[in-house]
Write a protein that binds this ligand. Sequence first.
Ligand code: GDD
Ligand code: MN
Length: 375
Amino acid sequence: MRHERLTADFADAASALPLEVAVVVPTLNEVGNVEALIANLSLVLAGRGWEVVFVDDNSSDGTSGLIRSIGRDLRHVRVVERVGRRGLSSAVIEGILATAAPTVVVMDGDLQHDAGILPQLIDAVTLDGADIAIGTRYNQGGTVGDWDAGRARMSRLATRLGQVALGTNVSDPMSGFFAVDRTAFERSLPKLSGIGFKILLDLLASSPTTLRVAEVPYSFGKRVAGESKLGARVLAEYAELIAEKSIGRFVPVRMFKFLFVGGLGVFVHLGVLTTALHAGYSFLAAQTAAVMIAIASNFFLNNSFTYADRKLRGWKVIPGLASFYAISAAGAVANIGIGNWMAGQDERWWVAGMAGVIVGAVWNFAMSGSVTWRK
Ligand code: GDD
Ligand code: MN
């Protein structure tokens, strides 16, 4: 088997000592990298009580099978496998929860994070009293390696955005490479969003107290095997995390998404209405079609966007759509009722109109969240 050398070299090492540090590694199709990573960890962590916990999202390339087969010989090599779930941040959170270690290092599984600085990261937490020690590419000689100008600029921009939105002066809040004290992690845990790629940012923004932060520079390496998962979806999730951690403290981000979809619904409505009128239908028929189609379109947009995390699929779309129609109908009745009542209290037509719209929207948001897309 391929890992025989690894086993022979490192079999007796880590498991005998009390557990001091765990390395949590999220993986998605990293079969070509895990053996080298374990070998690197074994070298730099020799003499410590350590374990590595991989959190694998059901990779199709056999990543988890390989780790399990190594783990039969090296008990300090473990894998938590998740099925039907995705996401770097949530994987890291679950990995930390799966270990008993008092100090946890989070690092990528693709060898881009330099294992050579692990002792410095760990010592900053265990010896120097930092809550979190961050591997930084942007301070004291750290570098992004040989990124092209485009990606380097994008990363800089995203870093600035993160710093401003969260009011942090950490030089590399986007880093996915850090050591954290378990107690500090647990203080942030109740507030963690777990969305997307940026677990460090999430941790920093979710801490109820100011964290004692240390930074250790390193150079971001080149990916040798496998490919990066950074794509449009990762960027969208980043935007969502930032929104959640800034304005989301006051108003749920989901509500903004819901209102945005509702706003699009107005355009769908008017589009259908004018098309049907031009096709010669009566206003009543055209308006009815416009309402029905706009509600359906709102349903599908909310299903894939606002409630992407609870998306209804397959046959479940049918009762979902039916409940959404029923809720929207009741919302319209509430809208008209409140508007009408308000019109008797205040002579400004738009105040009455808006009152109806607000009550209807809040009703639709609250009800569809607890019925159509209930948890
Ligand atoms: N379990 C799991 N689930 N792991 C994932 C997922 C996922 O959905 N997506 C990515 N990973 C794993 C990859 O297998 C890899 O080990 C690690 O997370 C990083 O993913 P990459 O696709 O290689 O990301 P990157 O190189 O663009 O960026 C990373 O490095 C930056 C620099 O430190 C990320 O970790 C960033 O957060 C980090 O800032
Ligand atoms: Mn990478």
